[in-house]
Design a protein around this ligand. Structure first.
Ligand SMILES: C[S@@+](CC[C@H](N)C(=O)[O-])C[C@H]1O[C@@H](n2cnc3c(N)ncnc32)[C@H](O)[C@@H]1O
Length: 321
């Protein structure tokens, strides 16, 4: 059995995806400290070992594994985050990840984050990251993959870095490529949504204008913009039939037009569908806000599926299976 270790596990998207793929892989060790996300963990998995705070992990007692998965807090790199870059304490978590890589030397790793990690600080951040992986003795390949290119109707570009131990063989990892077939936004929308999700006229104007670009792109491409958790940025949807929605593609609406239409918040279930989780993957008894946050903050399952399928070919080669 190929063993994975997942760090910053959040809502166990890696485990969920691995199970969905039936690859016969196991992700039984993880490191996570957030009490809310642990509730979602308990709903799905019970017997995996949590090593808790990554900064305190003693690698001497950590079992061996073949693949290390990482998707750290992105606030130090995100343009919507603290913007403190290297001064943000969360940046240091990267070095704990590298410490585990160096000490345990798994065959492969996956690293995911916001795409700004590439270019921010005039590429300084990325140069450091690259250099650290090199010093840990890994070759890497990187690519920005967008959920919208993998059947999801969400615009969610993220950087994925896949690393392979230098001692294995020449690394020629091929990232999954764009899939043509596209899901339509209307297919993920719930019917008969409770009235608490609907917006008042004032809310509509404020929310439409404060997120103008995102809402416009939603109408343009029939694709929802990247999910976010905060109420003011929470994604709204034009709750009209397809014909009406089409009519407004590519159009900047003035306040009068916006007011005439019916808008509502996306529901928690629709958030889950946009990330390609099964319905009610997150716990319905945690607060609504926590639920939105858990889903928004996660990786898109479809993208991860395609990536893991490709990686599996290399894993098989490394294990000669
Ligand atoms: C934002 S989430 C990961 C999100 C990720 N980008 C994704 O797509 O799922 C970051 C996780 O790191 C966890 N975390 C933060 N500091 C940690 C630490 N010292 N040890 C272990 N986990 C930590 C947080 O609790 C959170 O669940």
């Amino acid at each position: 059995m190929i063993k994975y270790f997942s760090t910053f596990s959040w809502i166990w998207t890696f485990e969920y995806t691995i199970q969905e793929l039936w690859l016969g892989r196991e992700c039984i060790w993880f490191s996570e400290i957030d009490k809310h996300s642990l509730k979602t963990y308990n709903k799905h998995y019970q017997n995996h070992k949590n090593y808790w705070d990554i900064t305190k992990i003693n690698t001497d007692i950590l079992p061996d594994f073949s693949v290390l998965l990482w998707w750290s807090p992105c606030q130090s790199f995100s343009i919507t985050g603290s913007k403190k870059w290297f001064e943000d304490y969360r940046w240091n978590l990267f070095f704990d990840y590298v410490r585990i890589l160096k000490d345990k030397q798994p065959d492969f790793f996956i690293f995911e984050n916001v795409r700004w990690i590439l270019t921010n600080n005039k590429w300084k951040t990325f140069k450091i990251i690259n250099n650290e992986f090199d010093k840990a003795w890994y070759n890497i390949k990187r690519k920005i993959l967008n959920a919208s290119e993998f059947w999801s109707v969400q615009n969610r570009p993220r950087i994925f870095i896949v690393g392979q131990k230098k001692s294995l063989w020449n690394f020629n990892f091929e990232f999954p490529i764009w899939k043509k077939k596209k899901e339509f936004l209307k297919n993920i929308l719930q019917k008969d949504v409770d009235k608490k999700y609907y917006l008042t006229r004032i809310q509509i104007i404020n929310r439409y204008n404060s997120n103008y670009h995102s809402n416009k792109s939603q109408l343009e491409n029939n694709t929802c913009c990247c999910l976010t958790a905060s109420w003011t940025k929470k994604r709204i949807i034009l709750n009209e039939d397809d014909e009406t929605r089409k009519k407004y593609y590519n159009k900047k609406l003035d306040n009068n037009e916006v007011k005439k239409l019916t808008w509502r918040n996306l529901t928690e279930l629709e958030y889950e569908r946009l990330q390609w989780f099964c319905d009610n993957y997150t716990n319905s008894w945690i607060s609504k806000e926590q639920r939105y946050k858990q889903i928004w903050n996660s990786i898109n399952v479809n993208v991860l599926k395609e990536l893991l399928k490709n990686l599996d070919k290399y894993i098989k080669k490394s294990k000669k299976i």
